[in-house]
Design a binder for this molecule. Structure first.
Ligand code: FAD
Ligand code: 8RB
Length: 454
């Protein structure tokens, strides 16, 4: 579609997806208005307070490259080369994610990343309104009510189209669902999370290896830690809501401390503020959101977490939301009208969103329960061997998801074929050195075509 000067696109949410989308569309000369319920991040201090970090992988990096923000973000990112697995006895082992330092993921500060995106969106010509919450929508009149979060005053805005980048608790989604059933389903994981922090060492350095994503796998639950540029680590405990142990069996900080002393002793020793953090930070809920419809004709469309919130265990929610923005920008550019653009976006992205949602669920089991399992480690060893023998053909699922931009649905399907080969070739074989590689090679060539662009 050719932008006509007075034609506006209205975006709800200036989070990670909304601000990137505003930037991409403003660059194409659309008049873009963004309504964000939170205050302007430039008027808040990001220096103090807790650091919340995110893992940025190739899909997200590619989006930042297109936005012209790659260098600025990477200047403040911490490289994570692999999983550092912490056994119960405190022993650690680094399992690399990729072949070398070209295949790594990056820990970035959410607040600073969001701020960079907001500034870049404005610089590209988008208009951002803060403390501005979408409250109600009259889709037939194309009018919406925006409430000022400071004084509670409501005002009416006219819109051409509404793009919902307003996250898992989307207000636009609720408004759309009131007009036409979106077929919304939320599948709770049954596990929650709580965040803690490891401060810098006395000499100002890191208390754990900085260039890793730390995992304390404990079967039914786990802790993880990601490094921050401030030399701290953000620690997250993932634990069932019910059962033993669970958030239900931790009525107070004393019980929480006892669980950590038993299961995460080396981590607890690094958290002098454990009690205060435990009491200050609430338990977060996790789950998978699916909608039968992401759009209302050609008048409103959901993307990012608003359309397909997922569990966090592949570290791909933001990466996927950024990929949505690039896909939507292209659909809008190429389609003759809004309805066509939205329909193409939805049919292109739905299979990929469903695939990463499923892979994220699977990765929880792998992270918490399999990283020290003998069968799993043998399969992983064979995976490395086959990846080396068949470059561009046998590529680990983790690599396809994190270091490449092949569609998530392709990574998911090829991952299933590869998993079967690994299981068939290692079952009943005690050592990976004893695997029949001639047979394995034949399976690979017969069952897997070369990866496009691989
Ligand atoms: P958000 O970034 O949540 O933005 C939504 C915005 O809409 C917010 O600014 C909100 O204030 C605003 N909003 C909401 N309702 C309204 C309304 N009614 N009116 C106006 N504005 C509204 N992903 C990764 O890829 N890697 C990671 O390592 C990772 N770690 C994470 C760690 C944590 C603790 C959490 C919670 C998530 C993590 N994610 C990670 C997921 C990632 O944060 C999300 O997938 C991503 O932010 C989705 O972007 P979004 O723009 O759709 O939503
Ligand atoms: N949301 C991540 C991975 C995969 C790591 C691996 C996992 C915390 C909330 Cl749990 C998790 C990964 O397979 O070895 N890459 O990036 C990020 C993760 O959690 C983030 C920090 C998180 N997301 C609510 C809490």
């Amino acid at each position: 579609m050719e932008p006509v000067t007075d034609r506006r696109i209205s975006i709800i949410g200036a989070g990670l997806a909304g601000s990137l989308l505003a930037l991409l569309l403003a660059r194409r000369d659309w008049a873009v208005d963004v309504y964000e319920k939170r205050p302007d991040p430039r008027r808040r201090s990001y220096a103090g307070g807790r650091s919340i970090n995110l893992a940025l992988a190739e899909r997200g990096l590619h989006a930042l490259r297109l936005a012209g923000l790659r260098d600025a973000v990477m200047a403040q990112a911490v490289m994570m080369r692999g999983r550092m697995v912490h056994a119960l006895d405190g022993a650690t082992q680094l399992l690399r994610y990729g072949r070398d330092d070209s295949e790594v993921i990056w820990s970035v500060h959410r607040g600073r990343l969001n701020l960079s995106l907001v500034e870049a969106a404005e610089a590209a010509g988008a208009t951002l309104y803060f403390d501005a919450r979408l409250d109600a929508v009259d889709f037939s009149a194309r009018r919406a009510t925006i409430v000022d979060e400071c004084d509670g005053a409501g005002r009416e805005i006219d819109f051409e189209v509404l793009l919902g980048a307003d996250g898992a608790g989307s207000g636009l989604r609720a408004a759309m669902d009131r007009v036409s059933d979106l077929g919304e389903r939320f599948e709770p994981l049954g596990h929650g999370y709580r965040e803690l922090e490891i401060p810098p060492a006395a000499d100002g350095g890191f208390l754990l290896e900085p260039n890793a994503l730390h995992i304390w796998p404990r079967g039914g639950y786990m802790c993880i830690a990601l490094p921050n540029t401030e030399h701290t680590f953000t620690v997250t405990l993932f634990l069932p809501a019910k059962g033993d142990p669970s958030f239900a069996t931790l009525p107070d900080v004393g019980a929480a401390r006892a669980l950590f002393a038993r299961d995460f002793a080396d981590a607890l020793a690094l958290m002098p503020d454990f009690d205060a953090d435990w009491q200050a930070n609430p338990v977060g809920q996790l789950g998978t959101l699916s909608l039968a419809r992401w759009r209302l004709g050609g008048s409103a469309l959901l993307l990012g977490d608003a359309a397909h919130a997922m569990v966090p265990f592949h570290g791909q929610g933001m990466n996927c939301a950024f990929e949505d923005c690039i896909a939507l920008d292209r659909c809008i550019e190429q389609a003759p009208d809004w309805e066509t653009a939205f329909a193409r976006f939805e049919s292109e992205r739905r299979p990929d969103a469903e695939a990463i949602q499923a892979m994220a669920l699977e990765n929880y089991v792998e992270m918490r329960d399999q990283v020290d399992d003998a069968d799993f480690l043998r399969q992983r060893a064979l995976e490395r061997i086959l990846a080396e023998r068949h470059p561009g053909r046998f590529v680990s699922r983790y690599a396809m998801v994190s270091f490449m931009r092949v569609p998530y649905s392709v990574a998911f399907e090829r991952g299933k074929v590869q998993r079967r080969i690994l299981v068939e070739c290692t079952s009943g074989v005690p050592e990976v050195g004893q695997v029949d590689l001639v047979r394995a090679d034949r399976m690979v060539v017969e069952r897997l075509a070369m990866l496009e662009g691989g």
